[in-house]
Design a protein around this ligand. Structure first.
Ligand code: AMP
Ligand code: MG
Length: 415
């Protein structure tokens, strides 16, 4: 097993993922706090959700129809005498409805199946005849009934701690009567954009200046991933000022730096990080876009802060956040390790690329349920914000592949 010190500083994509996953697995999550149910959306459960009763709590009819005894249908068609009607929410003890031999009760979806009955026949398969119902087709015991406790038994685990709360988790929480959930606090993630050419979005850019879009795209990705983004002032390409702002950034629980990690003369981030005695886990990954991505940690006065130096090209920043920074944010958030959302789709048109790097090319996923299709979005390279805004996934090209033919199944990474 490679120890942390033996890792390549320039790993392949899968090696770099292993490095961040391994790092994330040792992180302690932020402290738990109780929040109201809908405020928990996108955060991570710091408690198990347990069934407060059996699910379903009563034998539940899944159809509108007739509650019957399956044995009564042995000699088909059966004529059964109606003994009552059972709506969803009905109190069977009060009405006293039970189904005896040769009997049936009219029943609605979501209603409790009365004792004596062991199947529900769909209304579509029956005929009414006065006070009787005629069941022309055979009925299996258990048909259209969900038995007590078959979804979950009282006291059993419904959703585990470490799960990120989605609409499905909210549904379970509501079903067990939880108006509040205990979740891990959003980790604070400092965001530092670097570059002399950058101006903030509320100022007019000079002719050769550009607006700082990365701090905002990163803040959006951080917030979407359950973190609390803290945007720092733009750092110019000067070692001293960069050092001051980095020091500020290390006060957060994680620091994302964007720009200044390439090989240019004014790409100072790595050397200034080194002046803080940073421990670097990698300083580039064999991917495109995003190759110069830097990952490590800095310890100042007993506080260790993981950091990423993300390449400044806007698409590189986005890709490297998703691939590498998000798993670390997950670790700080108490989330169980997540795999990346890869899928397969048929390629709409052929394309060629170069070998050597794992590539993440902006793609547009469409097509139908029968034939999901993905198309390469024309782009001007990793600075092309417009291209990525027209895409909804990346086409993932393994390092050994060069030519792709129309119709072949390719891997995509969903945003
Ligand atoms: P760098 O990684 O600093 O070499 O920057 C690569 C490219 O990304 C350059 O064209 C920069 O102008 C651009 N860039 C760097 N930071 C940002 C940012 N915060 N917002 C938008 N573009 C940026
Ligand atoms: Mg720069």
């Amino acid at each position: 097993m490679a120890s942390a010190g033996k890792q390549s500083k320039h790993p392949s994509f899968p090696e770099a993922r292993r490095v961040v996953d391994e790092y994330a697995s040792h992180l302690s999550p932020t402290e738990p706090e109780a929040v109201s149910l809908l405020d928990a959306l996108g955060l991570v459960l710091a408690e198990d959700l347990v069934a407060d009763r059996d699910f379903p709590p009563f034998p539940r009819s899944t159809r509108d129809g007739y509650a019957v005894r399956a044995v009564d249908g042995l000699g088909m068609p059966a004529r059964l005498r109606l003994v009552g009607e059972i709506k969803a929410g009905a109190d069977l003890e009060q009405s006293g409805i039970t189904v005896g031999a040769g009997e049936a009760a009219e029943i609605m979806t979501g209603a409790p199946v009365p004792s004596g009955a062991d199947a529900v026949v769909m209304v579509e398969f029956t005929e009414r005849s006065g006070a009787d119902v005629i069941v022309p087709r055979a009925v299996q015991a258990g048909e259209n009934i969900v038995a007590v406790g078959t979804e979950a038994t009282q006291g059993s685990l419904m959703v585990a701690r470490g799960t990120r709360v989605t609409h499905t988790t909210v549904a379970v929480a509501a079903a067990v009567g939880r108006a509040e959930l205990v979740v891990y606090r959003r980790p604070k993630v400092a965001i530092l954009a670097t570059g002399d050419e950058l101006v903030d979005i509320n100022l007019p850019p000079g002719p050769n200046e550009i607006r700082n879009s990365n701090s905002y795209s990163l803040a959006a990705q951080v917030a979407g991933a359950g973190g609390e983004p803290l945007i720092l002032p733009i750092a110019p390409d000067s070692a001293n000022e960069l050092a001051l702002l980095l020091r500020k950034g290390f006060e957060a629980e994680m620091l994302l730096i964007t720009g200044g990690v390439s090989a240019g003369k004014y790409d100072l981030v790595e050397q200034v990080l080194a002046s803080f005695e940073a421990r670097f886990l990698f300083t580039s990954v064999l991917i495109q876009p995003g190759k110069p991505v830097v990952f490590g940690e800095v310890t100042l006065r007993d506080k260790t802060t993981p950091f990423f130096g993300l390449p400044g090209n806007p698409v590189s920043t986005m890709v490297t956040f998703q691939l590498f920074a998000k798993p670390v944010l997950d670790g700080l958030s108490g989330a169980m390790p997540q795999s990346l959302p890869f899928a397969k789709a048929a390629l709409k048109s052929a394309f060629t690329t170069k070998t050597g790097l794992t590539r993440f090319l902006p793609g547009k996923l469409g097509g139908t349920h029968a034939q999901p299709e993905v198309e390469l979005v024309r782009w001007q390279g990793s600075g092309d914000l417009m291209a990525v805004s027209r895409s909804n996934c990346y086409i993932v090209v393994p390092p050994e592949r060069e030519a792709f033919t129309a119709g072949e199944a390719v891997t995509i990474l969903l945003f």
